[in-house]
Design a protein around this ligand. Structure first.
Ligand code: ADP
Ligand code: MG
Length: 600
């Protein structure tokens, strides 16, 4: 078999497979080109999720008529001033986007440089279809129609216009976040869906492109290490999502979806979020170009760091510290919707039927009411009373203690308990509600973590040591982990071939079901036997143990116990969220309380 070169058209199609696997990918290349052209405004119009049409118009430097043919040729680029690919600062540099797109769609390129005439060139699935003068303002307009119309194998893999549209919007959002100096608009099927002005600073732009309440629920990041800078915002763990799509990561101004970065982010939030919850972040990493290779992925979404450990350490350590400093915070304001629900809950008016049978107008309650009405009234009240066991369980003790200053005691002073689950406290600046179970679980976990760090967890000896029978491998595992478990406050020893004797449990858990605790620990140690190291398994054990705390939902707490819980929360890192990323407490600001009553 003789070796021959592939024809240009085929080469382009093959490249197109990598560069433009879907409309969003083509759109990304076009917007990047517009950015590289020094544009100040970029308008995007797409139809049917970009499948039938993508249009990108910019006011950048433009392409001369003479260069236009070259721009559509493979590996032709104006962006490598030196021979060193490491030094590129432009978005593009591979010179294959336009020819690749043109090989699998109908591409119309129109452009005009300042002081020149407009020119246009149409390439239809790899074949030049038209060329000639064009009328347009300075800048470039690229239109891509019927992507993959002649490549059915690829067209088949496109998803619904809705999901292709979502991907397109995501692409523009990310690029717009990277370049707050440029104005962007997006129109989908004639509807304006994104519009940001140029000249914004980074955080304003992030705020404009994410959910409005992120700003109030995030922490600013600004970290320098060696020549590397990490900036941006990260959400409090309580402000999380079920999918990781709101994680905007940038390396040297380039949006990336890099695995190392995503992994480091996971690490930073490791035990603050349930495995299936994800923080919202916009993080901008700036690294000297010699430290990073941006040319490892055709769509340029992955990068390779020369010193991945440095980057990983910086992200995990830096974010962790920032989260520690704000660990106590929780989502500060109830969501607008929640507030609205409060507002909409009407105070039940007295049922109109109460007096309907009475011929005379309603008599004053304490006045002379005839016997019949009284009886009716009485009956009705009994009728309308909810079943006995569904009575709201509220309880309050005399509010004698003064409210402490918000600065030192943001959680305030306990005033009562609702449904044996929620502590109601009065803070200087608002009304605080604490989920006692979630909060306690978190406190226990933090204490156990300190235990793993060498600060032994106080244990409480059992009056009578308890013998727990388990199968032999489970006992072996418990025995092997005994020294580590002791540091976590669980003291146990082997007791014959198929049992362990438990002498003490963590004091903080209170009186618990010892048998169940030890069985669960054994399960944790077994379940992850092969996959994880002992320390990681102990992390899981700690989380399991935390669930065993006796301050569960449904336990009546004394005011002293409630206050003790609040005070401990105030000094414990990460007490603002439970082990699953839900808030442990919420505060209704005084302002909001007053709004509820129409006082503001
Ligand atoms: P690359 O961006 O990697 O250089 P492309 O195939 O995307 O490769 O583009 C080829 C060339 O066409 C670019 O180097 C640039 O000179 C020119 N070009 C493409 N789009 C634009 C635009 N919107 N404005 C000005 N020049 C452009
Ligand atoms: Mg390009």
């Amino acid at each position: 078999m003789s070796i021959r070169r592939l024809p240009e058209k085929l080469v382009n199609r093959i490249a197109a497979g990598e560069v433009v696997e879907r409309p969003a990918a083509a759109l990304k290349e076009l917007v990047e080109n517009a950015i590289d052209a020094g544009s100040t405004r970029i308008s995007v119009r797409i139809a049917e999720g970009g499948i039938s049409r993508i249009e990108v118009e910019d006011d950048g430097c433009g392409i001369t008529a003479a260069d236009m043919a070259l721009a559509l040729e493979r590996h032709a680029t104006s962006k490598l001033p030196t021979d060193a690919i490491e030094d590129v600062i432009t978005m593009g540099f591979r010179g294959e986007a336009l020819p690749s797109i043109a090989s699998v769609a109908r591409l119309t390129l129109e452009s005009r440089v300042a002081g020149g005439d407009g020119w246009k060139r149409v390439v239809d699935n790899g074949v030049v279809a038209a060329e000639g003068p064009a009328a347009l303002a300075n800048g470039t307009r690229v239109m891509v129609e019927d992507l993959f119309a002649r490549v059915p194998a690829r067209r088949k893999f496109l998803r619904s216009p809705r999901s292709e549209y979502a991907a397109c919007l995501d692409v523009v959002k990310r690029l717009a976040m990277a370049r707050p100096d440029i104005g962007f608009t997006v129109e989908h099927d004639g509807r304006r869906v994104l519009d940001v002005q140029g000249g914004q600073d980074q955080l304003t732009r992030v705020a404009a492109l994410t959910q409005r309440d992120l700003a109030a629920n995030s922490i600013g990041i600004d970290i320098d290490r060696a020549d590397v800078h990490l900036g941006g915002v990260i959400s409090l763990p309580t402000y999380n999502r079920g999918i990781a799509d709101h994680q905007y990561l940038f390396v040297n101004g380039r949006p990336v979806k890099d695995r190392l970065l995503v992994g480091a982010l996971r690490g930073a939030y490791a035990d603050l979020l349930a495995r299936d919850r994800h923080p919202v972040v916009a993080l901008f990493l700036d690294v000297p170009t010699s430290e990073v290779d941006v040319n490892v992925h055709p769509a340029k979404t992955e990068v390779r760091f020369r010193d991945p450990q440095l980057i990983r350490g910086m992200i995990v350590g830096g974010l962790r510290r920032a989260l520690d400093e704000h660990g106590f915070r929780s989502v500060q304001r109830p969501a607008e919707a929640a507030l609205a629900a409060w507002q909409q809950e009407p105070v039940a008016p007295p049922p109109p039927t109460l007096f309907a049978h009475s011929q005379s107008p309603p008599a004053p309650m304490f006045g002379a009411v005839d016997a019949g009405t009284t009886a009716l009234l009485h009956d009705r009240i009994v009728d309308f009373a909810p079943p006995r066991d569904a009575l709201p369980m509220g309880r309050a003790e005399p509010a004698t203690m003064p409210v402490p200053g918000a600065e030192a005691h943001p959680l305030g002073i306990a005033r009562g308990q609702i449904a044996k689950t929620y502590i109601v406290a009065e803070a200087e600046d608002g009304l605080v509600i604490v989920d006692q179970h979630a909060a306690h679980e978190r406190l226990v976990l933090e204490q156990l973590r300190r235990g793993m760090g060498g600060q032994a967890v106080p244990s409480q000896g059992l009056l009578l040591p308890e013998v727990v029978e388990l199968d032999e491998p489970a006992c072996d595992r418990l025995e092997a982990a005994a020294p580590q478990l002791a540091a976590l406050g669980v003291e146990l020893e082997r007791f014959g071939p198929a049992a362990v004797m438990v002498r003490a449990t963590p004091a903080m858990l209170g009186a618990i079901d010892c048998h169940k605790l030890v069985t669960d620990i054994a399960d944790d140690l077994a379940g992850y036997d092969a996959a994880l190291g002992l320390n990681e398994r102990l992390e899981l054990v700690a989380a399991t143990m935390a669930c065993h705390g006796s301050v569960r939902a449904g336990r009546t707490l004394s005011v002293a116990e409630m206050n003790a819980l609040l005070r401990t929360m105030e000094v414990t890192p990460h007490s603002g969220q439970c082990n699953h990323g839900r808030p442990t407490w919420v505060k209704l600001a005084m302002d909001d309380v007053e709004k509820l009553f129409g006082r503001k």
